[in-house]
Design a protein around this ligand. Structure first.
Ligand code: ATP
Length: 291
């Protein structure tokens, strides 16, 4: 019984591979990044991460492990107190049009219609006037909001607002999309629908996406890579490529086995022992298989 269980664990882990991305080919390169807030909290320590163009990387981890701080450092909204973040080999010193940050709140202008919100974002990005409306309408269509172009945000449901926000993020066409738990406030059904929508669009556009979540299933449904972080200090403890075909299903056995593995790692890093150990990666063969 134990042997059979062990064999199943091992075969499911084969679908997980430690990520190997060379810095010189990376779209995003994070080198020795550290961040200490004014209150002395060490939000990030010794963070190294290279992300290839077109990858969908999920930053996963318990509350307070520095996921958002790392995402904001990629966006240029947080200037790390140590280390470097580079895009296409060039160190960044602030926000730029090559990156777009999307939050949990839809953050639409309440006095503008859905179409107006998109056109405004396109204007702010310097898109010529004649191109704004057709492009805005195309992306409203892609997120299945056709018919709601002239609707004000307060007349939309939470899921619809988030779809409008996603349409706006995609329409401005930044090479890198940075998403901070964008579906965290949605009900379970709407959340799954949004995940499918995002994945469909990502499969067509091959944007580089960095997506923060503390939901293991969400990370596995979406990510080509899952980067697990631990708190106190915030650091990366695992970096795994997920070799499962897309679209994925929550019913898939392999996905559920991986979810169990990741949940077990999460429990370890959340626990007092994991939280107190110095930053070091957890060796693949010492994690998961003993339980
Ligand atoms: N502006 C700030 N000033 C001081 N400390 C901060 C600030 N923002 C975050 N922190 C602290 O830095 C650490 C990392 O926070 P961060 O928000 O990056 O984690 P997180 O993994 O995104 O958490 P969550 O999942 O709860 O959003 C936490 O201990 C948090 O309290």
């Amino acid at each position: 019984m134990f042997r059979a269980l062990l064999a199943r664990w091992r075969s499911s882990l084969r679908l997980f591979q430690p990520a190997k991305v060379h810095a010189h080919r990376a779209k995003i390169s994070v080198t020795q990044v550290a961040h200490r807030y004014g209150n002395k909290v060490v939000a990030l320590q010794d963070v190294n991460l290279n992300i290839r163009s077109g990858e969908f990387v999920c930053l996963l981890g318990p509350s307070g492990c520095g996921k958002s701080t790392l995402l904001y450092a990629l966006a240029g909204h947080v200037v790390p107190t140590g280390g470097t973040v580079s895009i296409d080999g060039k160190p960044i010193h602030g926000p730029g049009p090559d990156r777009l940050l999307m939050f949990q709140e839809a953050a639409l202008f309440p006095w503008m219609t859905v179409l107006g919100n998109l056109k405004f974002a396109l204007a702010a990005r310097g898109v010529p006037r004649a191109e704004r409306e057709p492009r805005a309408r195309e992306f409203i269509h892609r997120v299945q909001l056709s018919g709601f172009e002239d609707t004000l945000p307060h007349q939309l449901s939470g899921g619809m607002k988030m779809r409008a926000s996603l349409a706006r993020a995609l329409a401005v066409d930044s090479a890198v999309l940075l998403m901070d738990e964008p579906f965290g406030s949605l009900d379970a059904q709407t959340r799954v629908h949004m995940q499918e929508l995002l994945q469909n669009i990502w499969l067509r556009t091959s944007k580089t996406v960095v997506f923060v979540t503390h939901d293991v299933h969400e990370a596995l449904m979406l990510g080509t890579r899952v980067v697990l972080m631990a708190p106190r200090p915030g650091r990366i403890v695992k970096d795994l490529e997920v070799h499962l075909p897309m679209p994925r299903s929550l019913e898939e056995r392999n996905l559920n086995e991986m979810a169990r593995y990741l949940r077990m790692l999460m429990r370890r890093v959340e626990g007092p022992e994991g939280a107190l150990t110095p930053p070091r990666p957890i060796p693949e063969d010492q994690v998961g298989l003993r339980h």
